[in-house]
Design a protein. Structure first.
Length: 135
């Protein structure tokens, strides 16, 4: 909570906590980034979906719940493609809900997950730039 209070005054300090030893602190960074919806927030969240701690990865996925599709997709795509299994499951549910689709299998290899993401990007006309951020 103190970290989030500090962020209101100094965003750079909060984003520097991206590499903090504490998973709780890194999850707080994800929560803060959720309200930003900036290019910096997208970059930070993409890093957090590849964090060593699955709880931090999942916090990053959940942080984009209220974002527009083109902003949220790079984070969800990175989580679906490269996250830990629990994170991939969460990202898959978020993608399915957001885009009203069914993703056939979670146990596909990385190539198949990437193909699924390419199909989503094409079907929903997500910009190539947004998609490239995630792959």
């Amino acid at each position: 909570i103190a970290l989030l209070g500090l962020a209101r005054a100094d965003k750079a300090t909060l984003y520097a906590a991206l590499n903090d030893e504490s998973a709780t602190v890194r999850a707080a960074v994800a929560k803060f980034a959720a309200g930003e919806q900036s290019s910096r927030a997208v970059s930070v969240l993409r890093q957090l979906v590849e964090d060593d701690d699955p709880a931090v990865q999942q916090a990053a996925v959940l942080s984009v719940e209220d974002w527009q599709n083109d902003r949220a997709f790079p984070i969800l795509a990175a989580a679906f493609e490269r996250g830990a299994v629990p994170t991939r499951k969460l990202a898959r549910r978020e993608l399915e809900t957001r885009f009203d689709l069914v993703i056939a299998a979670l146990d596909d290899d990385a190539t198949q997950r990437r193909q699924t993401l390419q199909q989503i990007a094409q079907r929903f006309e997500l910009s190539a730039d947004a998609f490239q951020l995630s792959l």
